[in-house]
Design a protein around this ligand. Sequence first.
Ligand code: TXA
Ligand code: MG
Length: 322
Amino acid sequence: MNPVKATKENIQKAAEIIKNGGTVAFPTETVYGLGADGLNPTAVAKIFEIKKRPTFNPLILHIDDKTKLNSICEINDVRIIKLTEAFWPGPLTLVLPKKSIVPEIVTADNPTVAVRIPKNKIAIELIKLSGCPVAAPSANLFNRLSPTKASHVYNQLGDAVDMILDGGDTEVGVESTIIEITGNNVFLLRPGGITKEQIEELLNCKIEVKQRTTDPNSPGQLPFHYSPRTPLKFLNEVDLVELRDKKIGAIFLKEQTLDFKFAQMVILSSKGNLREAAANMFSALHRLDGNNLDIILVEPIPETGLGLAMMDRLKKAAANFI
Ligand code: TXA
Ligand code: MG
C-alpha cells in the first residue's frame, strides 16, 4: 500500500494493525522503522521476512515511556538512569539484560535487549496506542540504504508492509547510537545520533568502541552494510583523471571549489554543519543511487561528533565495492 499521511486516524489504524500482529513502517527522528508487536514472535518474524535478512539479527524495542523499561529489562546501573534522563526521548539505544517476557527472536537469543524511546510524536503515539513495545529495525531491505522518507520505504519494501505512515523527512537522518554497559565498561556498539563525546561528558568516562566485525548476528556492526547499488568510493581514494569518461555523482560535506564537472553533485550542508549534513546523507545517497550513475564519490567527513556516525555508514557502503 502507498504511504498514507500520519493523521490521528491513520495512526490509530496502524496501532490496530500492530495489535493484530501486522507490520507498520513509521517515522522516528533517526530513520523510518519497520515495526511489529515486540512481544509477539510471529509478528516479529514478519519483519525478518520482509527485510530479507539472511539471519536473525537482534532488534531494538521502542517504548513510549521510561516507566515501561522495567517491564522488559533489568536496570542494574545508575549510569543507565543518567543516560535515559539526559537523552530520552532521543537517538540513544541501550543494550540491557533482558527479562523473560521478551521473545528470543527479538534478541536473536542474546541475554540482552536493545531499547530506546524515539523523539518523534508519530512514533510515540503509535507505540502508546499499540500498547506494547514496538520492535523495529530500519525499514530497508537487508544491506541497503536506510530510509529517511516514506517513499524510500515504499521503493524498497512496497506492498509487503501492511501500512506505511508518512511523517515527512526524518530529522536526525542517521540511526541511534548503541551503548552497552558491562561491569565498569561502557561500550559503543554503533555510533549514531547522540555523539560519543556527549556520552563521555555525561558519564565522565572514556567509551570503548566494540567492533564485532565477524558476528553475523549483528550486521550493523559488520564492516559492510548500508549500501547503495551504485559503486561508492571516497574521493581521496580515486584518480579523477582516470574516471573522466564516467558518469560520476559526488557528495560533498560543504560548498567546494573543485574544478571538475560531475554528472551530479550534492552538498550536504552549505556551511558544513554536521547536524544538517547527517539529516541529508541517506536522502542524497538514495537520490544519486536512482540516477544510473557509474560511481558515487564522497568527500571524507571529519570523524568527530556526528561525523563519526556518518563516516561509519559511508565506510560500510564503500566496503562493498573494494
Ligand atoms: O535509529 C535506530 O536505531 C533505528 C530506528 C528505527 O529506531 N533502528 C535501527 O535498527 O537502526 P536496526 O535493526 O537497523 O539496527 C539495530 C542494531 C543492529 O545492528 C543490531 O545488531 C543491534 O542494533 N542490536 C540490537 N539488539 C542488540 C543486542 N541485544 N546486542 C547487541 N546489539 C544489538
Ligand atoms: Mg538498519
